[in-house]
Ligand binder design. Sequence first.
Ligand SMILES: O=C1O[C@H](COP(=O)(O)O)[C@@H](O)[C@H](O)[C@H]1O
Length: 313
Amino acid sequence: MAARRPGTSASSSPTMSPSHRMNSGGAGISGKSTLRKQNAVEQESANPNNILVRTIMAKTKRKKIVFPTKKELSEAMAEYTANLSAKFCKARGYFTVVLSGGDLISWLSELLEPMYQESIEWSKWHIFWVDERVVPLDHKDSNYKLAFDGFLSKVPIPIANIYAIDKDCAALGDAKGAALLYEECLKRLVNRDIIRTYKSSGFPQFDLQLLGMGPDGHMASLFPGHYQIKEKADLVTYITDSPKPPPKRITFTLPVINCASYNLMAVCDEAQADAVAKVFNDNFDLPAAWLTADVEAVWFLDQAAASKIPKGH
Ligand SMILES: O=C1O[C@H](COP(=O)(O)O)[C@@H](O)[C@H](O)[C@H]1O
């Protein structure tokens, strides 16, 4: 794979995930030239200052559900995930799940309840990370370690189905290498038909992504004011000056994030209320405001996080 230069393949703004149709996929991933050609066509219409894009975004209703407590949010997230697991395991024998770091992992604890432990077809799950901090896999800042200690070690998902970043790149702090290898890993799994692809674009299409947002409006490791949000050709990119420590990270690009069938964004606490309000006010300076999905993008909020959403949203 050609080495990437930060920012060179980025367009003026992120892409959108268009229609609401499931794709059976499996045709194998297309080359970068195909992706670039398609992206060039999309660039014009993907500018947030473009009236057409604003209209499309307005029509892409962001769904939200506000829960009285984190416990209820956590229960609903477990039910949502279990239902999708049943649906995708039945339809294709796999369930591709993308995790993020942060608070989300503690809210997954409801899935450890006996009801789910016994009913979910864990052996069919395949686990990925939407972003990862480029630190050793046993480092306290590692999203892999967070998820493994808090969730993955407690459910019978085969270890071969858990796709951490390359451990040598992680140990060396090689963000660029980690991004390249993770992208190659995704492509291999597309070619094995474990990950579907989004229509003819060749982009991987995950079944479910469980996401979080920081108080500055970042999602994954796409931060406001940083070029990675504009990356459109690569599947995975990297950052070496993240405003939130640790500085070296890799992240799915926005087109990949928005190709997912289902995106569930879970946000709690008052510290996030301003950012949540900006998102629901369509402030596209916040990367999280760009979140869409092929089938459904839903925000699970607790009351504190939802407290500043403008009336009518
Ligand atoms: O650094 C990160 O932050 C975001 C948000 O985390 P939260 O603790 O505010 O929920 C997280 O989604 C991302 O995966 C992580 O690397």
